[in-house]
Design a protein around this ligand. Structure first.
Ligand SMILES: CC(C)(COP(=O)(O)OP(=O)(O)OC[C@H]1O[C@@H](n2cnc3c(N)ncnc32)[C@H](O)[C@@H]1OP(=O)(O)O)[C@@H](O)C(=O)NCCC(=O)NCCS
Length: 180
């Protein structure tokens, strides 16, 4: 799907395939320190990415590409189910976790492309796919730092609610979206 960003650039939204691993490695190499402080769901080196995406496993990803350069400018990862090491905390909010209908989500947009509507567009593109695959809830991957105002606003804007908070290098929120 092609969309137009707020700065009038044509952007292609699609699912990541194993052929995109080199381009994706390049995307992570260019991420700025501000974004890297906020984003780190998994290793960003080529080997880690190949392991995640070479075999159809429990990870899927959605990317946005600048149609002029074909470079990846945004990446969102989805894990089927939930992170085992977060399960105790998530259950403490009264959630009954489900490996089939829950998924876990972590979005990112390249620094120079942030606040141009790409994150929102990629989210809606991804949501349509998740609905078709029977997903009922989206849980944040390791929560969100409470002082990451851009991301907290982005999640609230897209219908997420705060489940609770926890300390990990500062205050973080666990958030969830129940899909109708
Ligand atoms: C959080 C992130 C994914 C949002 O994507 P984005 O493309 O920048 O966001 P969009 O332009 O689509 O805007 C979506 C919403 O986010 C919020 N937002 C975006 N830019 C903002 C800014 N500069 N200040 C405050 N809120 C902002 C707004 O609520 C906005 O909705 P609106 O345009 O209707 O006001 C992106 O900024 C990012 O990658 N940040 C760094 C990595 C990160 O924090 N990831 C999440 C880790 S939990």
């Amino acid at each position: 799907m092609i969309i137009q960003s707020k700065n009038n650039r044509q952007v292609l939204l699609q699912r990541l395939t194993a052929d995109d691993i080199d381009k994706l490695t390049g995307y992570f190499q260019k991420l700025g320190t501000e974004t890297l402080k906020r984003y780190g769901p998994h290793g960003f080196d080529k080997q880690s990415l190949s392991e995640l995406y070479k075999n159809a496993g429990n990870h899927a990803a959605f990317i946005a590409e600048d149609t002029e350069t074909s470079e990846i400018i945004a990446y969102s990862v989805i894990l089927s189910g939930y992170l085992e090491h977060d399960s105790f905390r998530l259950q403490s909010y009264g959630l009954t976790l489900n490996h089939v209908t829950d998924c876990t989500f972590a979005p990112s947009v390249a620094d120079e492309w942030q606040s141009q509507g790409i994150g929102n567009s990629l989210f809606h593109f991804m949501l349509a796919d998740l609905k078709l695959n029977g997903i009922k809830r989206i849980i944040l991957w390791g929560g969100v730092q409470s002082d990451n105002q851009k991301a907290v606003n982005y999640y609230l804007k897209n219908g997420f609610r705060i489940l609770g908070e926890f300390e990990y290098y500062g205050l973080n929120y666990d958030m969830i979206l129940e899909i109708n």
